[in-house]
Design a protein around this ligand. Sequence first.
Ligand SMILES: *Cc1c(COP(=O)(O)O)cnc(C)c1O
Length: 375
Amino acid sequence: MTANTAPVLLDLEPLGAAHFARVEDKVAALMRTRESVVAMQGEALLPLEACIRSAVRPGSTALNIITGPYGETFGGWLRSCGAEVITVTAPFSGAVGPEQVAEALRAHPEIDFVSLVHAEAATGNTNPVAAIGAVVREHGALLMLDAVASVAAEPLLTDEWGVDLCVIGGQKAMAGPAGVSAVSVSARAWERIAANEQAPRRSYLSLLDWKERWIDGGRTALPHAPAQLEMLALEQAVDRIEAAGLDTVIARHRAAAAATRAGVRALGALSPYVTRDEDAAPAATTLRAPDGVDAREVVAAALAADRTVPVQAAAGALAKEMIRVNHYGLAADRAVVLASLSALAAGLRALGITAGGTDEALEAVGAAWDAVLEG
Ligand SMILES: *Cc1c(COP(=O)(O)O)cnc(C)c1O
């Protein structure tokens, strides 16, 4: 970027308390919550860890639902807080069902905290939070939801679903910054946190600090210098979504997932990793590599054909078998999905792998895209 096109990032007017509170309110509206929303000055892992350390203590029993890599991380934090951890897992090719959760709650009535990831960008699945939330609410445990990869990509009804601690970040479907995040905290969750002697205090991980030094004082004085640039970027991201219409932004993400899946099915050789359409995350589509072919080779060949497409190999243990096509934020776009399918088709051809025709695959992409946006 040359000097004369660089955005002006320096010497801005200070971001005051009223403006900070206004950004929090806009985020709360996007999350469909009337509970307190705290903007946290770090990437979304900060509020996720803050929620667990604030609400969980020795003697707690937590149900940790694992449908991807973030669930594994939560399990480690829960144990380090002294909680007994019960784990429910779903294969990465599907979602967790409310009946599985109900069964775990019945078997362990002492469960007082449930952690769940809404959608997993890393594994491409999404979980039925409304139904799971109803089961958790009936049992009486607190529900923490990682909605980083779902907010603005699919409906997120924080209060209606009974989510006590809901964490979002700006960097996925919101097409915003990664350096600030937000968490909504229900009245029930505040009670639990206030009663937890182990909850972080005078700490970057402290939700209570924000309550006592910011919310309880009517949000008139900021406890720290705000992360000004990131807050302004978060506000612009929310404003841009509101201007386009949240439903329209969500529809673009749904269309991108449907189009990617349809294109891959028409192309062959690759297949959607998540089996059922309703379990597929609108933010990213994961694909299974052909038998005997390393997914990383397919990704490298696709990127050699077009290095601009948001196609990547999965991380960790899945790297050999899973390909990830991201279509969140500005990439939830017809042209981007078409380019991703073209690049994958060209990559397969370059590797000598037999697949269907590129034209047919691109036609399927376009038809599926239109069916969602016109349906
Ligand atoms: C992306 C994402 C996060 C945030 O993690 P990053 O490493 O910053 O990308 C947290 N949770 C989920 C489910 C995510 O998809």
